[in-house]
Design a protein around this ligand. Structure first.
Ligand SMILES: Nc1ncnc2c1ncn2[C@@H]1O[C@H](COP(=O)(O)OP(=O)(O)O)[C@@H](O)[C@H]1O
Ligand SMILES: Cc1cn([C@H]2C[C@H](O)[C@@H](COP(=O)(O)O)O2)c(=O)[nH]c1=O
Length: 216
């Protein structure tokens, strides 16, 4: 029985690496995957991991019909034994419905990978639809960590290291950007709620009023 599986987690927890591993293991056994992505940091039509691996993929455009794409592909006599969709949070809810139809009507496994929530800890529409439709939702086992050492569960957007809560939902970026640009940092819920990033925690620790006061 084919499945729609949603592999989710914070940024930088290894989702794209797992997508590439699934692709590698299946292609090593002669299976052929249809790989979709959208807005990967490595550029259009790429699925990349921070471990340095990258593969070509079909860039999903606005309004693209993923079910129709698969039907066209198969009708031309070309193969697709399974489907991978990375950066699935950026897909429209309709495109997630199309992926579910690929599972049900074309009998192909679909593995979707994405972050569930945005920098304001609100669900991305595509991720919401995946949670609603997936046969299985798997939270990745490799924990990204907050600066405090706790498991990171939330994605913060930063400017100059300071967490921001205003802006567009979609801004492509990384967790290792230069400090004066828009970047991201993964945090535990406690520090996301307090808007306390590594930089602001460091600054607070160095502030004179928290230095030890001499008794003399
Ligand atoms: N230099 C490194 N050595 C070992 N592991 C690394 C290194 N750089 C990144 N990683 C691993 O790669 C993970 C990020 O993988 P990636 O697939 O790009 O994440 P995601 O797609 O979830 O954003 C990190 O959590 C870490 O485990
Ligand atoms: C939190 C958040 C993230 N993004 C972007 C930033 C990255 O380009 C991707 C996540 O990629 P990763 O492989 O999981 O690291 O999403 C965004 O556009 N908006 C957000 O709120």
């Amino acid at each position: 029985m084919s499945e729609l599986v949603f592999f989710c987690g914070t940024m930088d927890c290894g989702k794209s690496t797992l997508a590439l591993q699934i692709e590698h293991n299946r292609s090593a056994r002669g299976l052929v995957g249809m790989i979709f992505t959208r807005n990967d940091r490595a550029g259009q039509g790429k699925l990349s991991s921070r471990l340095g691996l990258v593969t070509d993929a079909v860039e999903v455009e606005d309004g693209a019909d993923l079910y129709a794409h698969l039907v066209d592909h198969l009708s031309q006599g070309r193969r697709a034994d399974y489907v991978i969709a990375d950066e699935a949070q950026f897909l429209d809810p309709e495109q997630i419905d199309q992926l579910a139809r690929v599972v049900d009507d074309l009998d192909l496994d679909v593995y979707a990978f994405g972050i569930t929530t945005d920098f304001r800890s609100k669900l991305f529409p595509g991720s919401q639809r995946l949670v609603e439709l997936a046969d299985r939702v798997e939270v990745l086992q490799v924990e990204a960590l907050c600066w405090c050492g706790a498991r990171a569960t939330h994605n913060a957007r930063t400017v100059g290291g300071v967490m921001v809560v205003e802006g567009a939902q979609v801004v492509v970026g990384d967790v290792t950007g230069s400090t004066d640009e828009i970047g991201y940092e993964v945090l535990c819920r406690r520090h996301h709620r307090r808007r306390m990033t590594a930089a602001t925690a460091r600054a607070a620790a160095l502030a004179p009023d928290v230095l030890p006061v001499s008794s003399g």
